[in-house]
Structures are given as structure tokens and as C-alpha cells.
Ligand binder design. Structure first.
Ligand code: CP
Ligand code: NVA
Length: 335
């Protein structure tokens, strides 16, 4: 088999990676996870530094990049655009060239995919996508590692993606299923299906890898016999407040509840990239719950807290997989 070498590569979306390269990163993450749990040090990138740009808020992704970088021996600088020159006084192209002179890698979380692609075009060091409106590729690696831990394989598994299938998570899952030979079953109203051009691209990729891409307006039909029931928030970061009412109205039939999990079956797991509105214990959840009269939204508290839910294992895996991405693209996996 051809040796996988990802040194110097950007990590912007899974469309840019082969199934073998994706599997390689997941397996590398599993090794890092074992080492971390056993207390085996792996600070092979001592002396290097990474810049972490976050134009949107984050808990998991930021902490994962910081902890993973520190475990690898690297320094980190967190850049909050409200307190830096990015976009206001300095273009992405100029920022890319400035940061490339000081750092060995750059993480970017923000709005359009075109911004992170522009950053990568002008940077001379690897750029990693920490989430854009269109894609969330590091989340996909964590989800794949979790699925491998649960089922031992990818090929042939069915992922039922519930709710807003046309944003970063839905798009990313469609690409992932196409690449890894899985069945993507999006359960959503037609207006929440991904961009037709991306669907076409993914259908072609799926054909090559033994995957399938399907869409269901009937949630009970689409979720039948799914191995993974996946959902995400119905209103994503950066979307206007006004969309809440229509999202609740249009996506409520796709809530992950006991009935949906029963239709998937006993061996199915529940996954969510998090954060989740499964109760009213958050500021926004409480305010919106009072305004619209709900107590749980995209997933019920019962499912979220159930034995079938692997959401915290999935969250931990963010760190191990992000570590694998940084290590491989900075060449530490061959050290
Ligand atoms: N899942 C995820 O990306 O979480 P954060 O927004 O907390 O980084
Ligand atoms: N779709 C969500 C994902 C959060 C990890 C958002 O963009 O806010």
C-alpha cells in the first residue's frame, strides 16, 4: 500500500482527502488517544507554534487545538478577531503572510469556506478549518473515530442525519458517507437538503466507494435501521435571530426522540457535534423555550442522556483527531 504522507497539506474539507488518507488520520488519532490515556508523552513538535483564529465562539474546537498543541509540545496563540486587525484593517491574504512568518500552522474558524480557502492560498504553512458555514471537517474525524470505536468499521453503516441537512454538519456528513462507503440518509424537509451541485459531486464519489446518498421527508422512513442517528442545532452560529420561529416549525418533525431511536433499533447510537438544546439549562435555551413554548429541541433529554448516546466520547475524540491532523500535516507522525 502507498505510504501516506500529509506533511505540508492544508485540512480545509474532506473533499480534498482520499478515503485512505481519512482512515489514516482516524487511526493515527486512535494511537494518540491510547498514548494520552496511558500517559505516554508525545511532544514531538517542541519548538513549534500555531495560531488559532476564531471568528465564532467555541468550546470543543478551541480546547482541542490548545490541548493537542500543548501535548505535541507546541505553543499556541489565540486570536479573537474583535481584538486583532483581521478583516477590519488587514485582509485575509495579508494576515496569512504575516502569520506564516511566525507560526508553523494556522487554524481558522469563521464564516464562508472561501475565507479559509483564501487563507490557505496565501499561507505558506498548513491551514486547518475549525468550522465554516459550509464544512466542519475536524468534527468529521472525531465522529469517524467514535463510529470506529462503536462498530469497528465504516463501510455499509447507515447514518440518519436529522434536521438541518444543508449547513456545515449536513454537508460534511454527506461528503463523509460518500468517501467512506456509508449510507447517508438525510431526514429533512426539501428546503433543508444540501446544495444540488454538492449532492451531485457526492453521488459520484459515493459510487466509487460503495456509499449511497438518500433524502427523506418522512423521518420515520429515513431513520429505519440506522446505525447512527445524528443531529445538530437548528439555528447555527451566525444565522439571524429571526429564523428561530420557522426552524422550530419546519424541523420539529425531525426531533430525535424515543420513537425515532426505536425505529433505528437497539444497536443504534445517538451522536451530536454539540452544543445541544436538550433542556433549558442554557441562557439561549431558556429564553427561546419561554418564547416558543418548548423544553427540548433537536433532541429530547431522554435520548441525550440515554445509554445509546455517545456524545461525550465523541467530544473527547475532537482532541485526539485534531492532534492527528496537526501532527500529520506538520510531519510529526513520521518522527
Ligand atoms: N462541536 C464543536 O465544534 O463545538 P464548539 O463549537 O464548542 O467548538
Ligand atoms: N451547525 C453548528 C455546528 C456547531 C459545531 C453551527 O455552525 O453553529
Amino acid at each position: 500500500m502507498k505510504e501516506i504522507d500529509l506533511k505540508g497539506r492544508d485540512f480545509l474539507k474532506l473533499l480534498d482527502y482520499t478515503p485512505e488518507e481519512i482512515s489514516y488520520l482516524v487511526d493515527l488519532a486512535a494511537t494518540y488517544k491510547m498514548n494520552k490515556h496511558e500517559g505516554v508523552l508525545h511532544d514531538t513538535l517542541r519548538g513549534k507554534n500555531v495560531a488559532l483564529i476564531f471568528e465564532k465562539t467555541s468550546t470543543r474546537t478551541r480546547c482541542s487545538f490548545e490541548v493537542a498543541a500543548h501535548d505535541l509540545g507546541m505553543g499556541t496563540t489565540y486570536l479573537d478577531p474583535s481584538a486583532s486587525q483581521i478583516s477590519k484593517k488587514e485582509s485575509i491574504a495579508d494576515t496569512a503572510r504575516v502569520l506564516s512568518g511566525m507560526f508553523d500552522g494556522i487554524e481558522y474558524r469563521g464564516y464562508g469556506q472561501d475565507i479559509v480557502e483564501e487563507l490557505a492560498k496565501f499561507a505558506s504553512v498548513p491551514v486547518w478549518n475549525g468550522l465554516t458555514n459550509e464544512f466542519h471537517p475536524t468534527q468529521m474525524l472525531a465522529d469517524l473515530l467514535t463510529i470506529k470505536e462503536c462498530f469497528g468499521r465504516f463501510k455499509g453503516l447507515k447514518i440518519a442525519y436529522m434536521g438541518d441537512a444543508r449547513y456545515n454538519m449536513g454537508n460534511s456528513w454527506m461528503v463523509t458517507c460518500a468517501k467512506m462507503g456509508m449510507e447517508f440518509a438525510a431526514c429533512a424537509p426539501k428546503s433543508y437538503w444540501p446544495d444540488p451541485a454538492l449532492i451531485e459531486t457526492c453521488k459520484k464519489i459515493a459510487e466509487e466507494n460503495g456509499g449511497t446518498i438518500g433524502f427523506y421527508e418522512d423521518a420515520m422512513e429515513g431513520v429505519k435501521d440506522a446505525d447512527v442517528v445524528y443531529t445538530d442545532v437548528w439555528v447555527s452560529m451566525g444565522e439571524p435571530d429571526e429564523v428561530w420561529a420557522e426552524r422550530i416549525r419546519e424541523l420539529s418533525p425531525y426531533q430525535v426522540n424515543k420513537k425515532i431511536m426505536e425505529q433505528a433499533g437497539k444497536r443504534a447510537v445517538f451522536m451530536h457535534c454539540l452544543p445541544a438544546y436538550h433542556d433549558l439549562k442554557t441562557e439561549i435555551g431558556k429564553a427561546k423555550g419561554e418564547q416558543f413554548g418548548f423544553t427540548e429541541l433537536e433532541v429530547t433529554d431522554e435520548v441525550f442522556e440515554s445509554e445509546q448516546s455517545v456524545v461525550f466520547q465523541e467530544a473527547e475524540n475532537r482532541m485526539h483527531t485534531i492532534k492527528a491532523v496537526m501532527a500529520a500535516t506538520l510531519g510529526a507522525d513520521k518522527a
